[in-house]
Design a protein around this ligand. Structure first.
Ligand code: DPP
Ligand code: ZN
Length: 844
């Protein structure tokens, strides 16, 4: 397969003024009739007429009513066309039932549904399937299902048919159709200018009681976008549909969002606090796309971060406003480091705006999404809140209805502020995470920070120029007072120093507050200083960061020097745990430990070859020691933070449960699981039930709960996903692959459902010591399953290949085993383009 390059972009040869689609639904033989009004694009450099089309059976085609015989290839259709506006018509046949890739029109539990982003529309009919071709869609659906939905507003329906019209021009990737036996959870919303909007969440019969929370989240999102960004909804109807078989989380189709059911359905009994928070964020994310993605879309797929980075940033602001801003920031940075830093540091590193791809589905990445969002946050910090707001207003007025680029985006900031952002733009073009080294000096009341930035080479990018890095810094005096409130230093050079005058004593610096830039901070520090910052820093992120650094330093000393668990850490964390002035959710986060993957990278960076088993052992030793040292604190927290009020997934209850369950995890290492069993038996919500079962498994006392859980929940797919996952992640490393393999033979395991595949194989890859176990069994199992899944669902297969992306940091024996598995995957006949690209890049 040939790569596509950003620099090869050319405007479309023909534009589309209107498109009419008629669907005659049948599971194996759906007919799609299209009538498309084309006109030559005055800005085009070519007059070649080409329409994308894949896996379509062409029945007939016409131009201006006259039958034509176009040239058809597996990629699409070409024809000779008039040098003036013309009507193209086609009839094609497709097979939704046979579509296991879940792209285009497919079936899920008897329901017809679509997924067109990025390039799925070409599996529905012949069309210029590129985001810079925007058009008005009118859709007629004929079939025998009770509910038939498409984008926009309904314009008519009768027995066996329904018609829809979307007045807003949109690219084909935002097209959607759903048809099936569905029931609605209805509601409504009045926009601030008085538009009445009907809202529905459509589900399969039986799931009606799982929609209330998602609906509340939708209404909050609509109000928030009006209040904070001045953006109103623009149709009379907004539909959400829950679908069980879905490759991603959700999709922002205009007026008809389609959700993976795991990202919208919830009840107290079936969803955890974390699930609720994620549902709220994803409902908001997809809703926010209506302006950042739909009204203003991307010129081409290289600009994906234009809509995704901005929309992730917007949904994180929303969560920060509704819940706790510090807790959201800390959680986002944990996720960024776990997924994006890892990606940026390995063979899959790519810029936030990539310059080439073979399969665009492989670029829906942590770098495009999460690092893309960090870039928006940096921009806002650099220009200030008022200028950010002005720039966004200008973006919406200037570009409404257009397909845009990162250049357009940066231009509005340049126009509003008069700043030259060309250096900032390197954040979009250069892959890799900058290392920011700091040293300091104190003389005669003047304190100086010396910074040096360096970004390691990545594939195709050897030398990197310095980036503009906003570094938020505050200074504390040794008695714990803040002597310099947060100030944002703008670093533009490779080496640069900043001074603070008039200080009575040498201060303790708090650097990169609120994680003001996605960089790796390198600074010599002592455990005493880390403990000081954990106790005194006024910046919640850096306060948490200090505790994390203290834990990491202790764990590294255990592994490289045979040290005992660090008393300074235990003492400092005990203080935090019992400090009732701190938010319980913050304390629960502070009680977290660095991940196995984080420690593997830290060891590798320090010149060691990480041993996954030794990392797991060190973490277990520290957890056991901590459980002993903090036993009475844990008892106190566990009893004081029980929630007695009826379950609500709000920030207060969520924080209390998180802290109590962190305490339970410690106590279960001491009491063999007695309290956990009691909590399991009494639990009336999934957060408490799952936390208790997890502690029981950890304590080796989970067998009864494992059976009971299955019996209780075997009718509920989403809960059974949790049943698959937890057994694997809570198994000792030497048995994890075996447990996962056994579960792949369970009657409820299926390759057809991406959630179940992720719940099983994804869970294995989330347990590094189990996945990387010296037997190689984890590698073999994953490769076997990827080879089986690829012919059915290339997108989910390719995504999960990233489990191997860190392989170069391990020892030669493990590297040899992984290389052999990667080669075995690559040698599979007819391997998909998606998986070929991913494994090829990882293998190098
Ligand atoms: N549906 C995916 C998202 O919202 C892709 N647009 O991020
Ligand atoms: Zn998105």
């Amino acid at each position: 397969p040939q790569p596509v390059y950003l620099e090869d972009y050319t405007p479309p040869a023909y534009l589309v003024d209107a498109v009419h689609l008629t669907f005659r639904l049948a599971p194996n033989t759906t007919r799609v009739l299209s009538r498309i009004e084309f006109r030559p694009n005055p800005d085009a450099t070519s007059r070649d007429f080409f329409l994308h089309g894949e896996a379509l059976t062409l029945i007939s085609a016409r131009i201006n009513g006259a039958e034509i015989i176009p040239e058809v290839t597996p990629q699409g259709l070409s024809a000779i066309v008039p040098d003036a506006p013309f009507t193209f018509e086609a009839e094609v046949e497709i097979n939704p039932e046979g579509n296991t890739a879940l792209e285009g029109l497919y079936m899920s539990n008897g329901m017809y549904c679509t997924q067109c982003e990025a390039e799925g529309f070409r599996k529905i009919t012949y069309y210029p399937d590129r985001p810079d071709v925007m058009s008005i869609f009118t859709v007629r659906i004929e079939g025998d299902t009770p509910v038939m939905l498409s984008n926009g507003n309904p314009t008519g329906s009768g027995a066996g048919w329904a018609e829809w019209h979307d007045p807003w021009p949109k690219p084909a990737y935002l097209f959607a159709l759903v048809a099936g036996d569905l029931v609605a959870h209805p509601d409504s919303f009045s926009t601030r200018s008085g538009r009445h909007v009907d809202l529905n969440i459509w589900v399969r019969p039986g799931d009606e009681d799982k929609c209330a929370f998602g609906m509340e989240a939708l209404k909050k999102s609509m109000a928030w976008d009006e209040e904070v960004y001045g953006r109103e909804y623009d149709l009379d109807l907004f539909n959400i549909v829950a679908v069980d078989d879905f490759n991603m989380g959700a999709m922002e189709n205009k007026g008809l969002n389609i959700f993976n059911s795991s990202c919208v359905l919830s009840t107290a009994e079936t969803a955890t606090d974390a699930n609720f928070e994620r549902i709220e964020a994803i409902v908001a994310h997809e809703y926010f796309h209506n302006w950042t993605g739909n009204r203003i879309t991307c010129r081409d797929w290289f600009q994906l971060c234009l809509k995704e980075g901005l929309t992730v940033y917007r949904d994180s602001q929303f969560t920060a406003d509704l819940r706790s801003a510090p807790v959201k920031r800390i959680s986002d940075v944990i996720a960024l480091r776990a997924r994006q830093f890892r990606e940026d540091n390995g063979p899959l590193a790519h810029p936030v705006r990539p310059e080439s791809f073979i399969e665009i589905n492989n670029f829906y990445t942590a770098t495009v999404y999460e690092k893309g969002a960090e870039l928006i946050g940096m921009l806002k910090r650099l220009v200030g809140d008022a200028a950010y707001k002005e720039a966004l207003d200008l973006y919406f007025t200037r570009h409404d209805g257009q397909a845009c680029t990162i250049e357009d985006w940066l231009q509005v900031f340049e126009d509003v502020t008069g700043r030259d952002l060309s250096q900032f733009k390197r954040w979009y073009s250069d892959a890799g995470t900058p290392r920011l080294h700091v040293s300091e000096e104190f003389n005669n009341g003047r304190y100086t920070l010396h910074f040096e930035q360096k970004t390691p080479p990545t594939l195709g990018q050897e030398d990197k120029q310095p980036r503009l890095i906003p570094i938020a810094v505050g200074l504390l005096s040794p008695n714990g007072d803040e002597v310099q409130p947060t100030q944002v230093l703008e670093m533009t050079e490779a080496r640069q120093s900043f001074s603070f005058d008039g200080l009575a004593t040498r201060p303790i610096p708090s650097i990169l507050r609120d994680f003001s830039a996605p960089v790796i901070l390198e600074r010599e520090s002592s455990n005493a200083e880390r403990a000081f910052l954990l106790a005194h820093d006024t910046d919640p992120f850096n306060k948490w960061e200090a505790g994390r650094a203290l834990a990491r330093a202790g764990l590294l000393a255990m592994m490289t020097e045979g040290a005992a668990p660090d008393a300074a850490y235990l003492d400092a964390i005990a203080r935090v745990a019992r400090d009732d002035t701190l938010d319980p959710a913050f304390r629960a986060l502070a009680l977290g430990l660095p991940s196995e993957d984080d420690l593997a990278q830290a060891l590798f960076d320090a010149g060691h070859i990480p041993d996954p088993q030794a990392i797991w052992d060190a973490l277990e030793t520290l957890r056991d020691t901590r459980a002993e040292a903090l036993e009475s604190i844990a008892q106190d927290l566990y009893s004081r933070y029980q929630v007695t009020a009826p379950y609500r997934p709000d920030p207060d209850q969520t924080g209390a449960r998180a802290l109590a369950n962190a305490a339970l995890a410690m106590l279960s290492r001491r009491d063999g699981g007695t309290r956990a069993q009691a909590q399991y038996d009494a639990a009336d919500n999934m957060t408490q039930q799952l936390a208790a079962w997890s502690c029981l498994l950890q304590a080796g006392a989970g067998a009864a709960a494992t059976e009971a859980f299955y019996t209780q929940w075997k009718h509920d797919r989403l809960v059974i996903d949790k049943w698959f996952t937890l057994q694997i992640v809570q198994t000792a490393p030497d048995r994890a692959a075996e447990v996962a393999e056994t579960l792949t033979r369970h009657p409820d395991f299926t390759l057809r459902n991406p959630n179940r595949f992720r719940a099983t194989l994804g869970a294995l890859t989330m347990s590094p010591a189990g996945f990387h176990h010296a037997s190689g069994r984890g590698y073999r199992l994953l490769a076997d399953m990827l080879i089986r899944l690829d012919p059915l669902n290339p997108q989910t297969t390719a995504r999960m290949c990233s489990a191997f992306e860190t392989w170069r940091r391990y020892d030669p024996v493990r590297q040899g085993m992984i290389a052999a598995e990667l080669d075995r995957i690559l040698a599979t006949p007819n391997l998909s383009r998606d998986t070929t690209e991913m494994v090829g890049r990882i293998r190098g």
